[in-house]
Design a binder for this molecule. Structure first.
Ligand code: BG6
Ligand code: MG
Length: 229
């Protein structure tokens, strides 16, 4: 069945833009854990829906979201800043021990295969810790463009992060494929006119052109599936 946004399917993908947390490495759970611990401190228990809503959003937007859910949106800016620092300190503790073995299954192979096929590679992440995490998992030199939370001013679902990556590569969004685990990331990519693959739950990521459970499914060795969305 064709996707409502699949009119551009005839052209070949020239680049793949990867989200980081939850796509190339399973750090989404560490963000969850650090937010959960912080929210518990306000007496608020994050729900499953909150966890999906938080994915892909910047640190500051995530805190605002949680405070709104908890009814604490009037907290003073100095306190918010302390919470942001505390969350990040906890997150950094949790990712400290990451090694290249923690890269997502199939990620390294896929990067190599895409590179060999002449496809450009980019990272499009909201995280300000992206280069640190990339270096821990041995992917620091893997991308032609790295756009992260240190460069963007607007958080997913705004398409800015992916638009910057396409612009770095000198490509039109319709020639780029975005791989994302977050509903906000899929929305961002669709808003920018990119093709999308969701990684994870097909119900949660129903807006994506295609959803897979693992990067292993995207191996070029298995045919040209990556391009047929
Ligand atoms: C995204 C994560 O990649 O980065 C979000 O999906 C996270 O959960 C965001 O909030 C910002 O990350 P950081 O590392 O700058 O706090
Ligand atoms: Mg993600």
């Amino acid at each position: 069945m064709s996707h409502p946004n699949s009119s551009s399917r005839s052209s070949t993908i020239k680049a793949v833009i990867f989200d980081l947390d939850g796509v190339l490495v399973d750090t989404a759970r560490y963000h969850d854990q650090a937010w959960e611990e912080l929210a518990t401190g306000f007496g608020y228990a994050l729900t499953e829906a909150d966890r999906h809503a938080l994915k892909g959003r910047s640190r500051a937007d995530s805190l605002e979201y949680i405070l709104e859910q908890a009814g604490w949106e009037d907290a003073d800016p100095a306190q918010k800043s302390r919470w942001l620092q505390a969350k990040n300190a906890r997150y950094l503790e949790l990712v400290e021990g990451l090694t290249p073995h923690d890269a997502a299954e199939g990620a390294q192979d896929l990067l190599v295969q895409l590179r060999e096929a002449g496809i450009k590679l980019a990272l499009g992440s909201a995280s300000q810790n992206a280069t640190k995490v990339l270096s821990k998992i041995g992917m620091e030199g893997a991308f032609d463009s790295v756009v992260d939370g240190t460069r963007t001013t607007r958080s997913k679902p705004d398409p800015q992060v992916f638009e910057m990556a396409a612009s770095d590569l000198g490509l039109d969004p319709k020639d780029c494929l975005v791989i994302e685990d977050a509903p906000a990331g899929i929305q961002a990519a669709l808003a920018g006119g990119f093709r999308t693959i969701g990684l994870g739950d097909p119900v949660v990521l129903a807006q994506a052109h295609r959803v897979v459970a693992s990067l292993k499914e995207l191996s070029l060795d298995q045919g040209h599936v990556l391009f047929e969305i």
